[in-house]
Design a protein around this ligand. Structure first.
Ligand SMILES: Nc1nc2c(c(=O)[nH]1)N[C@H]1C(S)=C(S)[C@@H](COP(=O)(O)O)O[C@H]1N2
Ligand SMILES: [Mo]
Length: 180
């Protein structure tokens, strides 16, 4: 459907309702591990935007559905010294980052559905991050950890040169023209 399958890990375990967990920890008052059922019980947000990979491919008007990251952060009680979020994945390798202000945007989701279906394994299911206003490398697949911290630690591709602030059209040397 226009997507390319990307994984920096050679193989990724499959996880589902029985063994999936998403931990929220770090500079929070109430650390927690969510099951898939816990996440599915929370209020949902639906967003339809173009998906844009920094290498040029793009999938127009892709619906995503999930829980706002800000909902999980509010539930955890973010401490005043917090400035950033680090995301980890159960592929054991990929990481991502956001500033706390970016993470609180209403268009940043802990996504459970994509293209009208539960997110399949290849697209990072059962749960991936979805950072709608940024290039798709920010949208970490197989999300397993959200750690609140006092500084941004650049993620996997960011240590290899991609911009940490990955706004579509305004980063990585790109213009607003999706074909350029
Ligand atoms: N865990 C993990 N998440 C990841 C990646 C990855 O290699 N591993 N690749 C990123 C990049 S560069 C892109 S373009 C998208 C690709 O998502 P897709 O495989 O669903 O098309 O996932 C992002 N999230
Ligand atoms: Mo990408």
């Amino acid at each position: 459907g226009g997507f390319r399958y990307y994984s920096v890990a050679a193989s990724v375990p499959h996880k589902g309702p029985a063994d999936y967990r998403l931990t929220v920890d770090g500079l929070v008052d109430r650390p927690r591990a969510y099951t898939l059922a816990d996440l599915r019980a929370l209020p949902r947000t639906r967003l339809t935007r173009d998906v844009q990979c920094v290498t040029g491919w793009r999938v127009p008007e892709t619906p995503f559905e999930g829980v706002r990251l800000s909902t999980l952060l509010d539930a955890a009680g973010v401490r005043p010294t917090a400035r950033a979020i680090r995301f980890t994945c159960f592929d054991g390798t990929y990481t991502e980052s956001l500033t706390l202000d970016q993470a609180r945007r209403p268009d940043v989701l802990v996504a459970l559905r994509m293209q009208g279906k539960d997110i399949g394994h290849d697209h990072g299911g059962p749960v991936r991050l979805y950072v709608a206003p940024m290039y798709f490398y920010k949208s970490a697949k197989w999300l397993s950890g959200i750690t609140v911290s006092d500084h941004v630690r650049p993620g996997y591709w960011e240590r290899l040169g991609y911009d940490v602030d990955a706004w579509v059209g305004r980063s990585n040397g790109r213009t607003d023209d999706p074909t350029s």
